[in-house]
Design a protein around this ligand. Structure first.
Ligand code: NI
Length: 212
């Protein structure tokens, strides 16, 4: 842990505020591209027009051990793809997942496994993931892997991610798509939630589709 938790939380809070502003812009862009592509809000399997999204995977969890998706073959999953150095959107979306989990009762929550999969495996080692996920819901599991392993999962889940130059730090940052995926126990797509979908919307959709 390079920074004390409290300092990091304050930083995350400030960055989340910036994220709301930036997120608005990104959301606008996503709506525009969705309109252009004739997309709709409901992207359940029936509307994916033969494009399969999801699938099984074996990665490395935040404790450094191999983790197969088979471990959650009885559970639904809420999956977010992002990276721990993300200044804004990733922490906001992970806070959203945490809030959704907290609003479910214990029996409902037991049916859902929240997962955070890094799209920046070069920096997000298991140890880095462990520190980072400790800032969010206790059930959250962080997953990393080799670049090839992460590439394969990104491809199956139709995740866009690319390195970009960070003007302020001189280090790189990651441009990436931002959706929370609701997956079935056998890892088929049920819903995708966008940046502008709030906690109430996600809960309502989740409850209707999972009959929790
Ligand atoms: Ni991000």
């Amino acid at each position: 842990m390079s920074m004390p938790i409290k300092k990091r939380l304050i930083r995350l809070f400030i960055l989340a505020l910036i994220g709301l502003i930036v997120g608005g812009g990104v959301a606008y862009f996503q709506i525009q591209s969705e309109i252009k592509n004739g997309g709709s809000r409901d992207v359940g399997p029936s509307k994916m027009a033969g494009v399969s999204v999801g699938g099984d995977f074996i990665l490395t969890n935040h404790l450094g051990t191999a983790q197969s998706s088979d471990a959650w073959s009885e559970q639904y999953k809420l999956i977010y793809f992002g990276f721990t150095y993300c200044p804004a959107i990733c922490p906001t979306e992970l806070q959203k997942i945490s809030a959704v989990m907290n609003r479910l009762d214990e029996a409902q929550a037991a049916h859902i496994q929240p997962l955070f999969i890094t799209i920046d495996p070069e920096r997000d080692t298991a140890a880095v993931m462990k520190d980072y996920i400790s800032l969010f819901h206790p059930a959250l599991i962080g997953l990393t892997g080799s670049v090839a392993e992460i590439d394969a999962v990104k491809k199956n889940y139709r995740v866009y991610a690319a390195k970009a130059q960070d003007e302020t730090s001189g280090d790189y940052t990651m441009d990436h798509s931002s959706y929370i995926y609701l997956m079935s126990p056998d890892n088929a797509l049920i819903s995708m939630y966008r940046i502008q979908d709030n906690i109430d919307y996600i809960l309502k959709d989740l409850r209707s589709k999972l009959a929790l």
